[in-house]
Design a protein around this ligand. Sequence first.
Ligand SMILES: [Zn+2]
Ligand SMILES: [Zn+2]
Length: 252
Amino acid sequence: MKEWYASQTLDHGLTLIWERQIKPFFRCNIWHLRGRDGDLLIDSGMGIFSLKDALPVLSERPLTAVATHTHVDHIGCHHEFDHCAVHKAEAATLASPDRHNTIADVYLTDAMFEGEVPAGYSSATYSVQGVKAGRLLQEGDVIDLGDRAFEVLHLPGHSPGSIALWEEKTGTLFSGDVLYQGPLIDDFYHSVVEEYVESMHRLRELPVRVVHAGHFGSFGRDTMLQLIDEYLQGKRVPGCPSDHAGHSGGYV
Ligand SMILES: [Zn+2]
Ligand SMILES: [Zn+2]
């Protein structure tokens, strides 16, 4: 079903792909990046319809399909690609996804569609296909496309193996679900708030110019700092060292 996906080319060989019938909170941003020696796909959507069939550009050149993490809205079409990469903490989920380890059991709802629920799809039973990653990622690894190189930042909290891809040369960050312009989620059963807070402190120190996030629109440094500070302020506990003077109390 070709019309399921829409795409828009941004700058420097970067294309945003999205599932147009799924509401923004539920659909992930799928990023395709053209490199000199090969292409990069960052996340792959829900997998209700084939991504590879819909977008021939994804078959033109060698391509590495990276998963920022393995929630059901991000890895649905990874099984269509020969070369997948994921943080080692979530490799088992990518290989054997089920409704629990991908949070499909708590995340999927028929209310996520803009219109009718697709024929044959059921939120009560839907599960994505697995694929064994050829490359297991960890903090500090580099994904090199020849003319562009991205460093893997391990930023757990939202999920144990959440990563962001960081290109220092251009100040570009692909943040996955660690940071986006919407309600940040740290209460899934495998989320850890303390780790999320630490990941936010790390991101705050990065000289970021632009963030291409896992959901909603891209944004610049000022918005990034605002989102981080709003999150951290919401997590302040009275008396903890990060509880700056001038603020009264906090909540967890
Ligand atoms: Zn997501
Ligand atoms: Zn997620």
